[in-house]
Write a protein that binds this ligand. Structure first.
Ligand SMILES: *[C@@H]1O[C@H](CO)[C@@H](O)[C@H](O)[C@H]1NC(C)=O
Ligand SMILES: *[C@@H]1O[C@H](CO)[C@@H](O)[C@H](O)[C@H]1NC(C)=O
Length: 361
């Protein structure tokens, strides 16, 4: 059982942003137990992705017990309703950061995310303020229904095609080949949502590695595990971990360090972050085919949990109709509230860093 302390602290505690180390990054925003919700707006309109979901405002979300700070773990909780059978859709939250961002390093220490359940569509992502997809969209953690692996996806206007540098020709072809630029699998390479040789709106996407293979942890060690626990139920079994994104003028990279991985325990990931120490990222979008400066601008950070809609609903027949014995996503989500008890995000911290100016000679 979760003991949820529902309160909001009016004054933010001053966080020590000073890091006494050689990191190229300086901490600018440190969101956690006592100040997280202050940095976000609660989106309360109809779901833009046509989901079977209702997003309340801040006051209503607190009243319904959907958000709060957890005292025991000193963490941030964002959940969904798991008791009611509202025919208008399941209550959930969609939080959007008040600030917009340009480049830098974003690190989240995540303890729990919505588990791999039919009907659910969780996402941690970044979105531009211009008319979509101008300004870009970066989906850092996203999946639907019973998915077990994360996919990192970019959505842009025309003129952003990324390189696939995982092919054996790039290096020795060994499973632990460090010359590979990412460990995931590039499913689609054109980030343009109107690309004619891809399905509409898919963008460019890198799927987290799913097959059994030694996972290179970057320090020379490799650990054997069946799959990187990058998403949903697997992620929660591993007690989550750190997701980090480095966004520069020429690339966007994403790492996932499971809580038990040697890197998580041996390097000060969130106090003195140095992406160079983290080994091959899960996803790395780069190449001359994309002008990252022009395509990605003023992005806000979003956490949400949707149900059904344009993705989870569209894929209902893939495996969930059979698995649940219910023919539509909406009917299942409406009538089985207790299936969504685990559909919550729990975060320890969310931190933004900006590149330090070069020191004067
Ligand atoms: C929040 O939502 C509730 C329920 O819909 C509504 O009664 C209230 O006026 C809203 N509050 C604000 C500040 O918009
Ligand atoms: C990228 O390379 C990998 C490994 O060779 C291959 O499996 C994958 O299909 C390629 N992706 C694209 C979009 O070409």
């Amino acid at each position: 059982m979760l003991a949820i302390a529902l309160f909001l602290v009016a004054t933010s505690v001053a966080h020590d942003g000073d890091d006494h180390n050689s990191s190229a990054y300086a901490l600018t925003d440190d969101l956690s137990y006592d100040n997280f919700f202050d940095a976000f707006d609660f989106f309360s309109g109809p779901d833009p992705t046509n989901g079977f979901v209702q997003y309340p405002n801040l006051t209503a979300a607190i009243d319904q017990g959907l958000v709060g700070y957890l005292e025991d773990t000193r963490s941030v909780f964002m959940g969904v309703d798991y008791t009611n059978k509202d025919p208008k859709g399941r209550a959930s939250v969609r939080l959007e950061s008040k600030k917009n961002w340009n480049k830098g390093l974003l690190i989240a220490d995540i303890l729990h995310m919505p588990s791999s359940k039919c009907g659910v569509w969780p996402a941690w992502w970044l979105l531009g303020k211009e008319e979509w997809p101008a300004g870009g969209e970066i989906d850092l953690v996203e999946g639907v229904n019973d998915y077990e692996n994360n996919a990192v996806t970019l959505h842009t206007t025309k003129g952003c095609v990324v390189d696939n540098s995982t092919s054996p020709t790039g290096g020795s072809g060994q499973a632990d080949d460090l010359s590979r630029t990412f460990t995931g699998n590039l499913a689609t390479k054109d980030c343009d949502v109107t690309a004619t040789d891809q399905d509409k709106n898919v963008g460019c996407s890198i799927k987290a590695p799913a097959e059994t293979s030694p996972i290179q942890m970057g320090t020379g060690d490799s650990i054997e595990q069946t799959a990187l626990p990058s998403y949903g139920t697997n992620f929660n079994k591993a007690n989550g971990g750190i997701y980090a994104m480095e966004w520069s003028s020429t690339s966007i990279s994403v790492w996932f360090l499971p809580r038990d991985s040697p890197l998580y325990t041996s390097t000060p990931i969130s106090t003195a972050p140095d992406p160079k120490q983290w080994g091959t990222p899960l996803a790395h979008f780069a190449g001359n085919g994309c002008d990252f400066e022009a395509q990605f601008k003023d992005l806000r950070v979003i956490f949400n949990v949707a149900f059904c809609g344009d993705w989870a609903g569209k894929e209902w027949d893939k495996s969930c109709a059979k698995k649940t014995g219910v023919s539509t996503c909406e009917a299942y989500v409406q009538n089985n509230p207790d299936a969504f008890k685990e559909s919550y995000w729990e975060l320890k911290t969310l931190k933004w860093y900006q590149q330090k100016p070069a020191s004067p000679a």
